[in-house]
Design a protein around this ligand. Structure first.
Ligand SMILES: C[S@@+](CC[C@H](N)C(=O)[O-])C[C@H]1O[C@@H](n2cnc3c(N)ncnc32)[C@H](O)[C@@H]1O
Length: 268
């Protein structure tokens, strides 16, 4: 990690906060299948997965025949990713601890750069996108899965933000990456016009309380929020009730419906 990075502290907190994420990968696994298909990965292509977490996208791309590298800030998740690759028989994936804003690869290394709910947490979108473009070969493509601000997960991040200390000035809110107008603007300098698609991540839950408990244990931003209210049980109860109210319209037939947007674009 670069010590002169003004967001070094935010990234240190991100690394700590995502360390408990691995149970959630069960639900991001089907999205990885969609993203790899949407990206049109063909055997032999070189692929980078940014914010790989436990490697669900990287392993899926490797199973599609690509030569894959996976990068993430959080070493605990990379350990899981290695284990997933071993089980899937895709041990040749190269795993690297690193930052989306400072990719440790030479220029023009990859045919495709993928990121599923990963690069959106880098505080400076322009830097992340310039890095992803830099490591792409001429004519290469990116394919991204992100959370739109108007659907449940985007609204949940806004909710957590309202109850948490403010991020450092200049850090872009992650769900901005789910707004097609902003995505188009952000990509414009480096990529041709993007193509969009949408999908839903289905999250089975026996009750909203089960869902909330899962989120509090495994999804860093929710976990941090609950920890910060440990000394104030009244406030904690209020926040939990507000969370349930936020999730309720998205919960039907024992599933929480989490809509995402897919973006694909070719490098100029
Ligand atoms: C919501 S998880 C998604 C993980 C995985 N792509 C999936 O779909 O299951 C977000 C991931 O982004 C990683 N991350 C956050 N900020 C990052 C950054 N600046 N550079 C690289 N990875 C980052 C976290 O460590 C975490 O693994």
């Amino acid at each position: 990690m670069n010590a002169s990075d003004p967001f070094a502290e935010l990234k240190r907190r991100q690394r700590e906060m995502w360390a408990s994420f691995s149970p959630t990968a069960m639900f991001t696994t089907p999205v990885a299948g969609q993203l790899v298909k949407f990206a049109g990965i063909v055997p032999g292509e070189s692929v980078l997965d940014v914010g790989t977490g436990t490697g669900v996208v990287a392993v899926t791309a490797a199973r599609a025949g690509a030569r894959v590298s996976g990068l993430d800030l959080t070493p605990e998740l990379l350990e899981e990713a290695r284990e997933n690759a071993r089980i899937a028989g895709t041990d040749e994936i190269v795993w690297t601890e690193g930052d989306a804003e400072h990719l440790p690869y030479p220029d023009a290394s990859f045919d495709v750069v993928l990121s599923q709910f990963g690069h959106m947490f880098a505080p400076r979108p322009d830097l992340a996108i310039a890095q992803m473009r830099r490591v792409l070969k001429p004519g290469g493509r990116i394919a991204l899965a992100t959370w739109p601000p108007e659907h449940f997960v985007g609204r949940m991040f806004a909710f957590v933000g309202r109850h948490s200390p403010p991020p450092p000035p200049g850090a872009a809110p992650p769900p901005q990456w789910g707004n097609p107008h902003l995505i188009t603007e952000r990509l414009e300098a480096h990529f041709e016009a993007p193509f969009f698609a949408r999908g839903t991540m289905n999250f089975p839950a026996l009750s909203l309380a089960h869902y909330r408990m899962f989120m509090e244990r495994s999804v860093g931003p929710m976990q941090k929020l609950v920890q910060s209210l440990a000394a104030d049980p009244e406030k904690l109860a209020e926040v939990r009730a507000d969370f349930d109210a936020l999730a309720l319209p998205y919960y039907a037939e024992n599933v929480v419906h989490q809509d995402y947007i897919l973006t694909r674009a070719r490098a100029r």
